[in-house]
Design a protein around this ligand. Sequence first.
Ligand code: B4P
Length: 188
Amino acid sequence: MQLILFGPPGIGKGTQSALLVERLALNHVSTGDLLRAAIRAGTALGHEAKTFIDAGRLVPGTLVRALANERLAQLGFDGVILDGYPRTVEQAEWVDEDFAAAGHPITLVVSLTGDEDVIVERLSARGRPDDAPDIVRRRLAVYAAETAPVEAHYRDADLLVEVDGVGDVEEVYARIVRAIDEKRMVER
Ligand code: B4P
């Protein structure tokens, strides 16, 4: 299964990916984690990415695609959770293309939903440098303008399922697993 976890910043994509990876034996590709690792390693790409992340903006798509595909080439495109990628319709088209070319098209897109208030509260409790309230507001505006249209892209492809991301972590996880099972039943 090639799963995309989609949703606004702080909705719990990283948290839920960690559980899915552990329990469903999938590989995890988080572009946020890859970008932060590049920053820690002090690479040229990391240096460039940092200015965008610190400002709450999206990192240029070509950098993200290169980073994600480098990781996918190591792990394989089969049995993967994409976390935080794609974040624009252009990135979604690349993802569709790259996974189809590898012979493992995207199976399901889980869109985690929740209120802005919940997100701001969660992120201010976490305290990462890009979680400062004014940066979070910028990230939410960027999400509405650039990332939300990805939902329509996958709804049109009949791959999208919406899952309520508010509630206990295990409760949200159970909802995601139910959505995956339903998709598998339909395909059987
Ligand atoms: P990401 O690392 O993807 O950050 P995120 O969207 O904030 O995280 P997520 O939704 O995974 O939240 P989490 O589980 O951690 O991106 C960071 C930045 O990198 C972006 O702003 C952008 O600049 C750049 N970037 C990444 N991908 C890119 C791309 N494809 N293109 C361009 N730029 C890109 O949860 C948040 C908090 O909530 C945690 O503290 C967690 O403990 C808590 N939480 C989670 N679930 C909860 C629950 N059910 N109840 C209570 N708390 C919960």
